[in-house]
Design a binder for this molecule. Structure first.
Ligand code: HEC
Length: 199
């Protein structure tokens, strides 16, 4: 009869310990907002407890970018925690990852502050969602200043094409989230067509 020696058991146990984080990483995220009928979403109530990736200040990249002398908004980016942990291990986003882009006003004069800029009220919230149930696997949502529910924007919306062509990892702007970009470079998941500088 085949008997498992203590040594074999130990090997199995060690292998399982090494393999399991990767298996976990491939599981669909379950700490996200549920997709409703017609793939509608509400802004996740607790997104400010998610992982903060980075903040842009007055970034201007689209045709609708504000003029240079307009007040510069902050753009705060959050991702659900289990997908963040998976990315740290694999450099890729698991299915059902959700990103929140929180757009806030900025101010200089307030309280004791006289220089630089700090954040003020939320102006709008947008989301980018990786979900195999969506056409093309990705969905973009614009909630404006409300909380939804909102259906994904149509595939013709500029969100889809800009995020499909200019992003460093999958359809996400990891090049602007410095600690994640380091991980993607180390694990070799930066897109081969990614360009450091686009004229
Ligand atoms: C011309 C290019 C462009 C277009 C169009 C665009 N985005 Fe983005 N998006 C960016 C850039 C650059 C960032 C990087 C972060 C920042 O702005 O702070 C970003 C970041 C995001 C993020 C954070 C997660 C990620 O994917 O990196 C979300 C969510 C997002 N955009 C949603 C939208 C939605 C919704 C639309 C359409 C209404 C849209 N975007 C249109 C360029 C674009």
């Amino acid at each position: 009869m085949f008997r498992l020696s203590a040594c074999t058991l130990a090997t199995l146990w060690i292998s399982a310990a090494f393999i399991s984080p990767r298996v976990v990483a491939q599981h669909a995220a379950d700490d996200v907002a549920p997709l409703k009928a017609n793939h509608a979403l509400e802004v996740p109530a607790n997104y400010r407890e998610w992982v903060f990736l980075s903040a842009g200040l007055g970034m201007s990249y689209g045709p609708n970018a504000a003029p240079a002398d307009a007040p510069q908004p902050f753009t705060n980016v959050y991702v659900n925690p289990s997908s963040y942990r998976a990315f740290m291990q694999t450099g890729r986003w698991p299915d059902r990852t959700q990103f929140v882009l929180e757009i806030r006003g900025s101010a200089t004069e307030g309280s004791i502050n006289r220089g630089g800029k700090y954040q003020t009220a939320v102006r709008a919230v947008e989301m980018n969602v990786k979900d195999s149930r969506l056409p093309g696997g990705w969905g973009f949502y614009n909630f404006g200043s409300g909380a939804g529910p909102s259906e994904p924007l149509p595939q013709s919306a500029s969100c889809y094409s800009c995020h499909a062509t200019n992003t460093a990892v999958e359809h996400t702007f990891v090049q602007f989230y410095p600690s994640l970009m380091e991980v993607a470079r180390r694990l070799g998941t930066v897109r081969s067509d990614y360009r450091e500088k686009v004229d």
